[in-house]
Ligand binder design. Sequence first.
Ligand code: PRT
Ligand code: ZN
Length: 224
Amino acid sequence: MQTERLRIAIQKKGRLAKECHELLKRCGVKINFSGDRLIVHAENMPIDLLLVRDDDIPGLIMDGVVDLGVIGENELEEVRLERVALGEPNEYVKLRRLDFGGCRLSVAIDKDKTYNGPQDLAGKRIATTYPNILKDYLDKQDVKFSTCMLNGSVEVAPRAGLADAICDLVSTGATLEANGLKEAEVIFRSKAVLIQRMGEFDADKTALIERLLTRIKGVIQAKE
Ligand code: PRT
Ligand code: ZN
């Protein structure tokens, strides 16, 4: 279903939301984010923003429901691998890596344990929110392991006796340290990215996307 206005999905609340608002503002897109709405309309351009949980953004793009999305590469890759396994649509176009949301997905273990490489994880149970990226990585290293899927409080799993190790997002490392863990292996490096759905766009939308991309480039370069 083609709509006339360009639809962009961004995170409603969370670590990417504020920077997305800021980026759009700097690109000259006028939006009033007050209130609790699913869709907000730009005042000066044919753009509608869909405000959703970040988990939903990759699927909205891969199913072609929205035109553009801003999402962390970690979430994007996790959903892509899950959809590949399920045989569901999993394609998208990466338009541009952005300059925020930087983090890494790492395996962490008890700070007092030694670590000599991925083979040390063989036979271990690893708690994570990212089972597909973790499996993809350790399969390539030929390491067999089991997972404990947790959507929150991953870092307390070893202490709670639920797992031998964790695989979670790290930025400063403070959370790991506070939980007596140390980073053992970085398995994925992530930033926020702007992605586009597959398929055709009419001339107006194509021109608008080009214009947005040029502005985004300018905004990022001006900060460098
Ligand atoms: O509600 P919704 O589902 O939309 O949001 P969410 O809670 O799933 O995601 P949110 O807002 O926490 O994160 C969105 C995205 O921000 C992630 O998918 C990453 O791409 C990016 N990002 C960047 C991070 C971090 N840095 C980060 N540090 N996401 C999470 N963390 C967490 C991490 O999980 C751990 O609990 O912060 C803690 C570690 O931080 P340090 O600084 O102590 O190392
Ligand atoms: Zn989420």
